[in-house]
Design a protein around this ligand. Structure first.
Ligand code: GAP
Length: 543
């Protein structure tokens, strides 16, 4: 793993941003808990999104829908079929991949297995000999001699020979990374988490079904089982978006919204990801911030550009390095089937540029699909407009949709990476030391101010607690901290991303002043204690 990533993961645990889920039991793969600082950072990030998308706009309203929706929603949206991928394992490298996306060499094609290096090639060579009984030729890091014979067979050929030494069943494709044709059976994976609604245990129903039908096998058995569980099967939502389509009419009518308008939602989504990677970048349980913006057909391009720029600038506005945020247009062959255009807002992670948010022009696909499956009339009537077909006043149409869909937990990772800084500073003895500091934007910082009495005596804690209580009343997340020497406390709050430390010292009792220390510059100013709240509010940008 990349060095910076390792440092951020380690600090995230040490300081209470993100923990591995159920760590004391060995941890649950790809599930994470947001600790005391992480929960604050995530909430601040999501609240800022809500402020910018809902509170500061007249044309966007919010909802908070159920995570479990009617199973027909997922039929209509295509998730029940589209989220079921045929997956295969390479028996040699253990790589797991989607069968429908794998390379497909045809009759007569050579099937070289290209390894990362010679050592790996030797290892795979041994494994093939042990498992399949062929002494495959090696040329450096490439294993040679395999060739496609026909649609369903491949063979191993000695050098310059046209007769196969040995033949094997061919699946029609090879593993994407190494090109191996030694593959497991295809297995169906469903990316949606399935559960059941109702207290009756479906395992009981399944057991009696299987007992009553002992002759059923394979596909027939699967079909029967699916029928038994179908009535109670429900799914955890894999995206927050569908609720906005399903509640389009209720929202539009209850709030008398006029197109163009948007419906926003943020919250948990769940996906049984094939690969979980890069810490919280891709996990099975995560949070999204999505908005469906309904527009008149024909205006989608203008609105797509508008939301792309708006969202990119929003991400940049909290960043130390705004240049690390870019947008990238999807190529035609990358577009989801429902989209006529799409941009990814990307961040330069330690492994390179990768997705942070998608801004998609989803056409009228979703509303039309839900109208078709539910029978509801999911359209909009504009009395001011002429119907372009009839030329008459008043136009009923299915709105097109622009969807900015962001990951909140992925955004949190981005801002942890953006915030992480190491600086060489001099300690009290004049020696160089490394200061780790999380330069988190003050609006997102988990703790806004730390109030620190220099010593735990001489009335300083009492003065400090008075200031703390003022800050509490003003709704500013503040921590009282008297543990350890002052230098250590500053370092602790540097790593917590606390923008300001207020220190109460001997002079406070003489002239009523305290120091305010800036996290990023480490500069300290003396200010009147009674003005502390006002100064901090101004510096935080909340007045
Ligand atoms: N409604 C469209 C939609 O869900 P998506 O590109 O699949 O689109 C949107 O997801 C955003 O959600 C992504 O850009 C990413 O930030 C976040 N996201 C998606 N899958 C994720 C996962 N497994 N873990 C963390 N974040 C994820």
């Amino acid at each position: 793993m990349n060095n910076k990533m390792e440092k951020v993961i380690s600090l995230a645990k040490q300081r209470g941003y993100v923990f591995q889920s159920s760590e004391i039991y060995g941890g649950l793969k790809s599930a994470y808990d947001y600790g005391p600082l992480g929960v604050e950072l995530k909430r601040n990030l999501m609240n800022e999104w809500w402020r910018s998308m809902v509170h500061e706009r007249e044309d966007v309203i919010g909802i908070d829908a159920s995570i479990i929706m009617h199973p027909k929603v997922w039929n209509a949206s295509g998730h029940l079929s589209g989220f079921s991928d045929p997956l295969v394992d390479c028996l040699i490298s253990k790589e797991r991949f989607r069968a429908d996306k794998a390379p497909t060499p045809t009759s007569g094609d050579e099937l070289p297995i290209t390894c990362n290096d010679k050592g790996q090639a030797k290892q795979y060579q041994k494994s093939i000999e042990k498992r399949f009984g062929i002494k495959i030729r090696r040329n450096g890091k490439v294993l040679e001699g395999l060739r496609v014979i026909d649609d369903s067979t491949f063979g191993y050929f000695e050098k310059d020979s046209d007769d196969a030494n040995q033949t094997f069943p061919y699946r029609g494709y090879v593993s994407p990374t190494f090109g191996s044709p030694f593959l497991s059976d295809e297995r169906q994976f469903n990316l949606m988490f399935r559960s059941q609604l109702g207290p009756v245990d479906s395992i009981g129903d399944l057991t009696s079904f299987i007992e009553k039908n002992p002759d059923l096998k394979g596909k027939e058995l699967r079909k029967g089982i699916e029928k038994v569980i179908k009535d109670t099967a429900v799914y955890l939502r894999p995206e927050t978006a569908q609720a906005m389509f399903v509640q389009f009419l209720n929202c539009q009518q209850s709030m008398s919204m006029k197109v163009p308008f948007g419906i926003a939602q943020m919250g948990k989504s769940f996906r049984n990801e094939i690969t979980t990677e890069h810490f919280i970048f891709r996990s099975c349980e995560f949070e999204q911030m999505e908005m469906e913006f309904f527009v008149e057909p024909g205006t989608q391009k203008k609105w797509l550009d508008y939301w792309r720029d708006k969202r990119l600038n929003w991400w940049k506005s909290f960043a130390n390095n705004p240049d690390k945020f870019i947008y990238r247009a999807h190529d035609r062959d990358e577009l989801a089937h429902y989209a006529d255009a799409c941009y990814d807002i990307e961040y330069e992670y330690p492994w390179g540029f990768d997705e942070l948010e998608g801004v998609a022009s989803r056409t009228d696909y979703d509303l039309k699909k839900h109208a078709e499956h539910s029978g509801a009339k999911l359209s909009y009537f504009d009395p001011q407009k002429q119907d372009p077909q009839t030329g008459k006043n008043g136009w009923r149409y299915t709105p097109f949709v622009i969807e900015p869909a962001a990951g909140a937990t992925r955004g949190l990772l981005v801002y942890l990476l953006d915030a992480y800084h190491e600086e060489t500073v001099q300690d009290a003895k004049g020696n160089d030391s490394i200061r780790k500091v999380m330069k988190i934007h003050p609006k997102l910082a988990p703790i806004k101010t730390a109030i620190l009495p220099l010593v735990k005596k001489e009335g300083l804690p009492e003065i400090a607690r008075d200031i703390v209580s003022n800050f509490f009343k003003a709704g500013i997340n503040t921590k009282y901290d008297e543990q350890h020497a002052i230098g250590k406390r500053y370092r602790r709050h540097d790593e917590a991303g606390t923008p300001f430390c207020l220190t109460i010292d001997g002079q406070t009792k003489e002239d009523g002043t305290i120091t305010i220390r800036d996290r990023d510059t480490m500069k300290q100013d003396r200010i009147p204690a009674e003005k502390a709240l006002e100064v901090v509010k101004t510096r935080l940008g909340v007045v």
